[in-house]
Design a protein around this ligand. Structure first.
Ligand code: C2E
Ligand code: CA
Ligand code: CA
Length: 835
C-alpha cells in the first residue's frame, strides 16, 4: 500500500485557510473599514457581486503545454471596484460573489472553498491597500493607472503565496509546472487590469457605453470558450485514444493495470490512482506511487482501503467522493477522488480510484467526471480483456503444444521437426537428417489391431529415444515414419553410426500386451550441406535413401545423388505431370511382343509417353519415377491400364494381338483397392483377365512383400498373368519365385543386348531361360535389336522376344498398321529370321 502522508495534510491546509481568512477579516475591519469611496464614480454593489460570481463560472481555459490552465477574469471587477465602490463592500462582493459560484456552481469541498475564499478576500484587501497608498486621491485618469496595475500585481502575489503554501503543506513538494502556470496568471492579470481601466474610462465618459463594452466582452469570452471547449474535447479524445491504444497493447494483466493507472493519472492530472481487484478470493490494491513504481498490496478487511472499496462497489455510475463524506478516504490521505466500479458487461472486474489533484488545488469538475466515466468504461473492458487474454494465452500455449506434438508418442510432429530443421539450417550449422520407416508395421496393425499398433509405436518411440543423444531431435512424422535431426554432424560416418544404432534398438522383440512382436526399421540419411541446404529437400533425400535401404534390405543408406532421379528439373515436372494426366497429354504406345516359335505378333507391351509442351516426347524414365514419388502414379497407372485395355479390346475384335502387357509400380500394389479397380476395368472393356499381363520388377514386389504378395495373389487368382520385369537385375535370391504367383519372366535387356559379345551375359541369359523352363514359366527376352539375336535366343530355348529388331513402341494406329504389314510378309507362321 502507498504510504499516506505522515500528519493529515488537510489539517495543515485548514489552518492556513483559517489564517488567511482571519487576516482578511482583520484588515477589512481594521484599516480598510475607515476608507470612504475613492472618487466620484460609483456602480451598484450587487452588480459587482454578480460580476465576481460570473468570473468564477465563466473561467477562461488556456492550453499550456498540453495542460488546460483555467483563469478567472476576476481582476476586472476587482480593479473596477477599486474605483467605484466602498472598500468594505468590494471585499464583501468578492468573497460573497465568488463564494456563491464556488459552492453552487463548482461544488467545492469545504476545505478547498475555505482556501479559495481566503486568498480571494486577502487579494481584495491587499489590492485596496496598495491602490489607496499609491493612487493620487480621487484621480480617475491615467495618473491612477500605475496604482491600479500595482494593486493587481500585489493581489496576484497574494494569491500565488497562499496557493503555493497550501500545495506545499498538502503534499510537501514543489511542483515545477506551477510556476509556469502562475506566470501565465500574472500576464492574464495585467491584461485584465487594462480591460478594467478601459471600463473605468468608459464609465467616466459615457456610463451607458459600459453595456456595449460588456456585450462585446461577453461575445469575445463566449466565442473563446467555445473554441477552447473544442480544443479541450479534442485533447481529451486524443488522450482517450492513446489510452485505448495502450490498453489494446497491454496483453498481460499487470501491464494492463499499470497502463490503465498511468493513463488515468495523465488524463485527470492526478498523482495517484489505484485499482482494487479480486484475485483468489482476496482483494488487492494495485496502485501507482509518485515515484512511478507499481505497488501491490493485499487489502486487509476493515482497513481504509477496504472501506473505500466497499463504498464504491455496486454503485451504478462513477462519482466524486470526498474525505468529508467518506472518512476512510481521508485516512488514505486523500481529500477528493473519482471512483468507479469497473465492469465488463454486467460483471464487476475491479474498482478504480483516481485521487485528488493535489498539484492543482482545483477540484474535479463535471468535465473531469465525464472523462473519468469514459475512462472507467474502457478500463473495465480492457481489464476484462486482459484477463481473457491471459486465459486465452494459456489455452494457446496448450494448443500450440498440441499443434507441434504427436499425441500418441508425445514426440515433436512433422511441423515441429521442419521448424527446427529450418532454424538449424538458417543458422548455417552442419547437420544430419535421418528418416526411419518401420518394416512390417502394417502386419502388426492388421493382425493385432490398431490398439496394439499404437502401443507398439509408443514403445518404438521410447527405444529410439534411448539410442539418441540429448541434443538430437526425434520426431514422428506420421504413421510408422520417424525422423531424427542430428545437430553438428559433419560427414556421413557419424550419422550412419547413429542410424545403425536406431536400427539395432529395434532388434529386440517388443512386448505388446503379452504378444512378442518383431519389427525392423530402414533408415535413410541425408546431410547438410552435402545433400542440400533446404529442409524440404533434405527430408526428401533422406526419404529416397530410406526407400533404397528398404528395397535393398540394407537397413541404412546414405543419400546418393547418382542413384536418385530427383534433380530439381524433375521436381518441377511434378506440377506439369499432374496437369498432363488431368488434361490427357499422356499417350500409350505399343511395342510388339513376338513368339520366337511362330514369328507372329502375340501381344504388345503398353509404354507410356508424354507429349511435353516444351520438351517434346518424353520417355517414361524421365517422369515415371517422379510420379512414383508423388502419388501421381495412381492416376497414371489407371490411365495406361484403361487406354491399353480399350486398345486391346479393339485388337481382339479383329485379328490383332490377343494380349496386352502393362507395367506397374510398387505403389499400385500397396493400394488396397487396386485388384478391384483392375477387375472393374476388365469388365468394362470386355477384355478377359487371361489377356492381361502385369509387369512388376523384383524390387517393387519385395519392398514390402507382406503387403504386395497377397495383392499379387488376388490378381493372379483373377486370371491375370504377373510378369517379373527386368529379371536378373535384382539382388534377391531366386527362391522367392516359387512362392510368388509369377506367370512370366522378362529377361532384362541389359543382358540380352550384350549377350552376343559378352559371354557372362550370355551365361546369365541362358541360365534364366533354364530356370524358367524348370519352373514351367514362359520367358520374354527384352532388347532384341536384331534378327540374329532373336534366332540365337530361340536356339537357347527362349519363347518370346521384344525389341527394336522388330519394332519400337508405336502409337496405337501405327501399331495396328505395323502388325498388318508384318503379317503380310511371306511365310507367316515361321520365324522370319535368318539363323
Ligand atoms: P521396361 O518395362 O523395361 O520397358 C521396356 C523399355 O525398353 C522401353 O523403354 C522400351 O522402349 C525399351 N526397349 C524396347 N526394346 C528395346 C531395344 O531393342 N533396345 C533398347 N535399348 N531398348 C528397348 P521405355 O518405353 O523408355 O520405358 C522405360 C521404362 O519405363 C519401362 O521399362 C518401364 O519400367 C517404365 N514404364 C513405361 N511405361 C510405363 C507405365 O505405363 N507404367 C509404369 N509404371 N512404368 C512404365
Ligand atoms: Ca516392362
Ligand atoms: Ca524391362
Amino acid at each position: 500500500m502507498t504510504a499516506a502522508p505522515a500528519a493529515a495534510p488537510w489539517r495543515r491546509v485548514a489552518i492556513l485557510a483559517f489564517a488567511v481568512l482571519a487576516a482578511t477579516a482583520a484588515l477589512t475591519f481594521g484599516p480598510v473599514s475607515s476608507m470612504g469611496p475613492f472618487g466620484a464614480l460609483s456602480v451598484p454593489w450587487l452588480a459587482l457581486l454578480v460580476a465576481f460570481a460570473a468570473c468564477e463560472v465563466f473561467l477562461i481555459h488556456i492550453e499550456h503545454r498540453r495542460e488546460a490552465v483555467s483563469l478567472s477574469l476576476s481582476t476586472i471587477p476587482l480593479v473596477v471596484g477599486l474605483y467605484t465602490v466602498d472598500p468594505v463592500a468590494l471585499v464583501a462582493a468578492r468573497v460573497i460573489g465568488s463564494g456563491i459560484a464556488l459552492v453552487v456552481h463548482r461544488r467545492q469541498a469545504p476545505l478547498k472553498l475555505a482556501v479559495n475564499l481566503g486568498h480571494m478576500g486577502l487579494e481584495a484587501v491587499v489590492a485596496i491597500l496598495v491602490f489607496r497608498a499609491l493612487a493620487p486621491g480621487g484621480e480617475l485618469g491615467p495618473a491612477s493607472w500605475p496604482a491600479a496595475v500595482a494593486a493587481a500585481l500585489a493581489s496576484d502575489l497574494v494569491q500565488s503565496a497562499v496557493l503555493v503554501t497550501a500545495i506545499s503543506l498538502y503534499q510537501r513538494r514543489w511542483e515545477g509546472a506551477l510556476t509556469e502556470t502562475m506566470a501565465l496568471g500574472t500576464a492574464a492579470r495585467l491584461v485584465d487590469t487594462a480591460v478594467a481601466l478601459v471600463v473605468v474610462s468608459v464609465l467616466r465618459a459615457e456610463p451607458a457605453a459600459v453595456a456595449l463594452l460588456g456585450l462585446a466582452g461577453f461575445a469575445l469570452v463566449w466565442s473563446y470558450r467555445a473554441h477552447t471547449a473544442l480544443r479541450v474535447q479534442h485533447r481529451q479524445l486524443e488522450h482517450l485514444y492513446d489510452f485505448t491504444q495502450v490498453m489494446g497493447d497491454a496483453v498481460l494483466a499487470e501491464r494492463t493495470v499499470e497502463a490503465l493507472l498511468r493513463q488515468a493519472c495523465d488524463l485527470l492530472h492526478s498523482d495517484a490512482a489505484w485499482v482494487y481487484v479480486e484475485r483468489g478470493g482476496k482483494t488487492h490494491r494495485v496502485g501507482t506511487t509518485v515515484e512511478g513504481a507499481l505497488t501491490l498490496a493485499e487489502v486487509a478487511p476493515g482497513s481504509p482501503d477496504a472501506l473505500v472499496e466497499e463504498g464504491v462497489r455496486g454503485r451504478s455510475r462513477p462519482e466524486l467522493i470526498t474525505a468529508t463524506a467518506t472518512p476512510a478516504l481521508a485516512a488514505l490521505g486523500v481529500a477528493e477522488a473519482l471512483a468507479a466500479e469497473l465492469r465488463s458487461g454486467t460483471t464487476a472486474v475491479g474498482t478504480l480510484v483516481v485521487a485528488d489533484r493535489s498539484g492543482e488545488v482545483r477540484a474535479f469538475d463535471d468535465e473531469d467526471l465525464r472523462l473519468f466515466a469514459m475512462l472507467a468504461n474502457h478500463a473495465g473492458m480492457a481489464l476484462a480483456n486482459s484477463q481473457l487474454v491471459d486465459r486465452l494465452r494459456m489455452n494457446a500455449d496448450e494448443s500450440e503444444y498440441q499443434s507441434l506434438h504427436d499425441s500418441l508418442t508425445d514426440l515433436p510432429n512433422r511441423a515441429h521437426f521442419s521448424r527446427r530443421l529450418e532454424e538449424r539450417l538458417a543458422a548455417g550449422s552442419a547437420l544430419g537428417v535421418l528418416l526411419l520407416d518401420l518394416d512390417g508395421f502394417k502386419d502388426v496393425n492388421d493382425t493385432l489391431g490398431h490398439q496394439h499398433g499404437d502401443l507398439l509405436l509408443q514403445q518404438v518411440a521410447k527405444r529410439l529415444r534411448t539410442a539418441l543423444r540429448h541434443g538430437d531431435t526425434l520426431a514422428r512424422l506420421g504413421g510408422d515414419e520417424f525422423a531424427v535431426l542430428l545437430p553438428d554432424v559433419v560427414g556421413s560416418q557419424a550419422a550412419v553410426s547413429v542410424a545403425r544404432g536406431l536400427v539395432a534398438a529395434l532388434e529386440r522383440p517388443f512386448d505388446v500386451s503379452d504378444v512378442s512382436v518383431e519389427i525392423g526399421g530402414s533408415v535413410g540419411v541425408a546431410l547438410s550441406p552435402l545433400h542440400g541446404m533446404e529442409a524440404d529437400g533434405l527430408l526428401q533425400r533422406a526419404d529416397i535413401a530410406m526407400y533404397l535401404a528398404k528395397a535393398n534390405h540394407t537397413g541404412v543408406e546414405v543419400y546418393d545423388a547418382e542413384r536418385d532421379g530427383h534433380t530439381p528439373e524433375r521436381l518441377a515436372l511434378v506440377g506439369e505431370l499432374r496437369h498432363a494426366i488431368a488434361e490427357g497429354h499422356l499417350e500409350v504406345h505399343y511395342q510388339p511382343q513376338m513368339s520366337l516359335a511362330t514369328g507372329d505378333v502375340v501381344g504388345a507391351e503398353a509404354l507410356v509417353r508424354w507429349q511435353h509442351p516444351t520438351r517434346g516426347w518424353l520417355p517414361p524414365d524421365e517422369f515415371v519415377a517422379v510420379a512414383e514419388r508423388t502419388g501421381l502414379v495412381r492416376p497414371l497407372t489407371s490411365f495406361v491400364l484403361e487406354t491399353a485395355l480399350r486398345e486391346c479390346a479393339r485388337w481382339r475384335e479383329g485379328d490383332g494381338p490377343e494380349r496386352i502387357s502393362v507395367n506397374l509400380s510398387a505403389r499400385s500394389l500397396l493400394q488396397p483397392t487396386f485388384p478391384d479397380d483392375v477387375r472393374t476395368l476388365l469388365r468394362d472393356t470386355g477384355v478377359p483377365a487371361e489377356a492381361l499381363c502385369l509387369e512388376l520388377t523384383e524390387t517393387s514386389i519385395l519392398v514390402e512383400p507382406r503387403r504386395t504378395v497377397p495383392v499379387l495373389q488376388q490378381l493372379a487368382q483373377t486370371g491375370i498373368t504377373i510378369a517379373i520385369d527386368d529379371f536378373g537385375t535384382g539382388q534377391s535370391s531366386l527362391a522367392y519365385l516359387k512362392q510368388l504367383p509369377v506367370g512370366e519372366i522378362k529377361i532384362d535387356k541389359s543382358f540380352v543386348m550384350t549377350m552376343e559379345e559378352d559371354r557372362a551375359d550370355e551365361a546369365i541369359v541362358c541360365s534364366i531361360i533354364q530356370l524358367a523352363a524348370n519352373l514351367d514359366l514362359p520367358v520374354v527376352a527384352e532388347g532384341v535389336e536384331s534378327m540374329a539375336l532373336a534366332a540365337r535366343l530361340r536356339g537357347a530355348g527362349c519363347g518370346f522376344a521384344q525389341g527394336f529388331g522388330f519394332s519400337k513402341a508405336l502409337p496405337a494406329e501405327s501399331f495396328v498398321a505395323w502388325v498388318e504389314e508384318w503379317r503380310k510378309r511371306p511365310g507367316v507362321g515361321e520365324l522370319r529370321v535368318v539363323g
